[in-house]
Design a protein around this ligand. Structure first.
Ligand SMILES: [Fe+2]
Ligand SMILES: [Fe+2]
Length: 180
């Protein structure tokens, strides 16, 4: 992968498409956590941790929504799909167990970290406003992954299969949201 610096206006840098996929991802994250919180006992440590992460995802989403409005970028047409799929993934993993819910976060954040890292490399110095948000949010996504690990994500039943499937699903969702 080329890390050569690119200039503003370079057609290979499409900040609008980046914003679109990022907003879709943050939206999906809020839906995953909503699904998990709908299932988990409200007074459990897992639910408490997830509620805190969900508040941060909402901040990420609000910020990308504002940037999209300011830049007149349309959201992905797949938003209704991520609404349902995100909630279903959250609810399904929480129904498996609290640790499976945490394994979901660990898997998702691993893909998001790679995705944001790739975007930062592509952006270089071309869009400091967007890059600053990505740096900020990426740090919180990595905190989420650590939180998930601290809550026993790796002890979930079928952990390798579960996380591999969720990571594959994330990559598909990212690929689709870039284009549609
Ligand atoms: Fe986020
Ligand atoms: Fe996150």
């Amino acid at each position: 992968m080329s890390a050569a610096p690119r200039k503003p206006g370079d057609p290979l840098i499409d900040a609008d498409a980046m914003l679109r996929v990022n907003q879709a991802g943050e939206y999906g994250a809020t839906r995953i956590y909503a699904g998990q919180l709908a299932v988990l006992r409200k007074d459990s440590p897992a639910a408490h941790a997830i509620a805190g992460m969900a508040r941060q995802e909402q901040r990420h989403l609000d910020r990308f929504n504002a940037m999209m409005a300011a830049r007149r970028v349309r959201p992905t047409a797949l938003q209704p799909l991520w609404d349902v799929a995100g909630f279903a993934l959250g609810a399904a993993t929480a129904l498996m167990s609290e640790k499976a819910a945490m394994a979901c976060t660990e898997a998702v954040e691993t893909e998001i970290d790679l995705h944001y890292g790739e975007q930062l490399e592509q952006l270089g110095a071309t869009d400091p406003e967007l890059a600053a948000e990505i740096v900020d949010f990426r740090a919180e996504e990595l905190e989420h992954r650590e939180t998930a690990r601290a809550h026993g994500a790796a002890d979930a039943a079928a952990y390798p299969l579960l996380t591999a499937a969720i990571r594959a699903g994330c990559r598909v969702a990212i690929g689709l949201s870039k284009r549609i």
